[in-house]
Design a protein around this ligand. Structure first.
Ligand code: SF4
Length: 327
């Protein structure tokens, strides 16, 4: 195990905790994480490594229009890259290395979130403000190192009408049970991405099996967590109607859907620039057969295929509101 440690990140508590966890790791002190992260080392055989860094300019970004929840919504990041390897994921293709980066200056990140909420409230904005935490990594997959949950879930509770979504394909949820809470957290939703086992095995390398994800969802519901099910990306593999029908029967049998906060379905979708990069880097992927270029320059499932998925989900969950992207 190799740890690249930015010198200015060394004294942060999260950095110290990670170093204590790996007493035998080789630690290389570096001036700036980009000196490693932006090196094009791609598929060379590498020993496992993580990068610990300080985000000099933490920022939050507006989400595109029609991105899930209505109202004001933002992305923020506390880590980059993912410990999993989903074939359709744009992260691996966008970043030059596969090493996860953990930014340890949590107080700076919290401050920009707090400032944004205060600014909107000063302008009399009263509706829900949503923060998406997992668009640059699978937070839960890294949480035994990053301790994100311990820091950010209680922090979000300070505000009214604010929601943070963290999304995962990991069944490693123990850190969520180590936060002291005697009442349910009202401002965090743990969102699980789900797909049939056939698709997980083929396209979602190293992620938890469907059975393990279902087990985790049930444990979280029992512990009063708000859980969001995201069925994405929907993939029309051979015999997909039959495969997804059986999958949805299993979901309904094994999860108490009445206790789920929301359901969401989405196409495999890219902007055309990301799509070209991904296609170039993995030209033989079966995934590219599933998508077509649409008038709005997005590359996604053909409308009729997506409609067939919508219909499957509406039949399976007739009494539940299902959100889907209208893009
Ligand atoms: S779990 Fe999410 S972030 Fe990680 S590789 Fe898969 S799609 Fe990407």
């Amino acid at each position: 195990m190799l740890i690249y440690l930015e010198k200015r990140a060394e004294n942060f508590e999260v950095a110290q905790n990670i170093l204590k966890k790996f007493p035998d790791a080789q630690v290389l002190r570096i001036d700036h994480y980009k000196n490693i992260f932006d090196k094009r080392i791609e598929n060379q055989k590498l020993i496992p490594a993580i990068i610990i860094a300080k985000d000099e300019h933490p920022n939050i970004l507006d989400v595109p229009e029609n991105y899930w929840y209505p109202w004001k919504s933002f992305f923020f990041k506390s880590s980059l890259n993912c410990v999993f390897d989903c074939e359709y994921c744009y992260l691996k293709w966008n970043f030059k290395t596969q090493y996860p980066v953990i930014f340890v200056n949590y107080d700076d990140i919290k401050n920009i979130i707090r400032d944004k909420i205060n600014e909107l409230r000063e302008w009399w904005y009263q509706w829900q403000i949503t923060f998406y935490a997992s668009n640059y990594s699978d937070i839960q997959g890294l949480d035994s190192l990053s301790w994100f949950n311990q820091e950010f879930i209680p922090f979000m509770e300070e505000f009214d009408n604010v929601l943070m979504e963290t999304r995962t394909k990991s069944a490693n949820i123990d850190s969520l049970f180590q936060i002291n809470n005697w009442v349910p957290f009202k401002n965090t939703e743990i969102s699980f991405s789900l797909n049939p086992d056939e698709i997980i095995a083929k396209f979602e390398k190293w992620t938890s099996s469907l059975g393990k994800r279902i087990e985790s969802i049930n444990r979280l519901i029992d512990k009063w967590y708000k859980v969001w099910l995201r069925f994405l990306p929907l993939l029309p593999v051979k015999d997909y109607i039959e495969i997804y029908t059986k999958f949805l029967e299993r979901i309904k049998k094994e999860i108490l859907i009445e206790k789920i906060n929301s359901l969401f379905i989405a196409s495999l979708i890219y902007n055309q620039w990301d799509f070209k990069t991904m296609q170039k880097k993995n030209p033989d992927s079966e995934l590219w057969n599933f998508v077509t270029l649409h008038d709005n320059w997005l590359v996604k499932l053909p409308d009729d295929i997506f409609e067939s998925f919508v219909s499957l989900f509406k039949t399976a969950f007739p009494n539940t509101k299902i959100y889907f992207d209208f893009i």
